[in-house]
Design a protein around this ligand. Structure first.
Ligand code: HEC
Length: 122
């Protein structure tokens, strides 16, 4: 009995931890899809995307010194780079470089939705 007591205690703690993790999982699973504001059924408009790219990307990606010649100033430039933007700012998150401009995950998600919806500049 005395030998088993610490093991029992540890098992109880383990079971409690498992329950907490399971409950957290259920909470995420049953969460309404628009709880994070990302899937409100509305198409992302370019007007929402442009200020993000301007603030988070154009600081570096403008003018003749734009890295790799990747300028992100005009709607045409942004739309033309949609696939590259998705790759570096949504999927791998290597951009903004060192996240120097403080891009948020919400902004990345919004950019990603805009690109998946066809990257329209309307
Ligand atoms: C602090 C400056 C800075 C910011 C801000 C920045 N970038 Fe970059 N970006 C760079 C540099 C430097 C490179 C070149 C890196 C390299 O070639 O390894 C680059 C390269 C790129 C490339 C080309 C990558 C390739 O594989 O050819 C793309 C596309 C890009 N950035 C998109 C973005 C987007 C989208 C944002 C905003 C979300 C952004 N960048 C913000 C500095 C920045």
């Amino acid at each position: 009995m005395t030998v088993l007591a610490p093991i029992r205690r540890r098992l109880r703690t383990l079971r409690r931890a498992t329950l907490v993790v399971a409950l957290a999982g259920v909470a995420v699973w049953i969460r309404p899809p628009d709880a994070d504001g990302s899937t409100d059924g509305q198409t992302v408009r370019f007007a929402e995307v442009a200020p993000i790219v301007e603030q988070r990307c154009a600081t570096c990606h403008s003018g003749s010194s734009a890295p790799n010649g990747a300028r992100l100033e005009t709607p045409e430039e942004i739309a033309a780079q949609a696939a590259a933007i998705e790759r570096v700012a949504v999927l791998t998150k290597v951009m903004p470089l060192g996240n120097a401009t403080g891009m948020t995950d919400e902004e990345r998600e919004l950019l990603g939705r805009w690109i998946r919806e066809g990257a329209s500049t309307e």
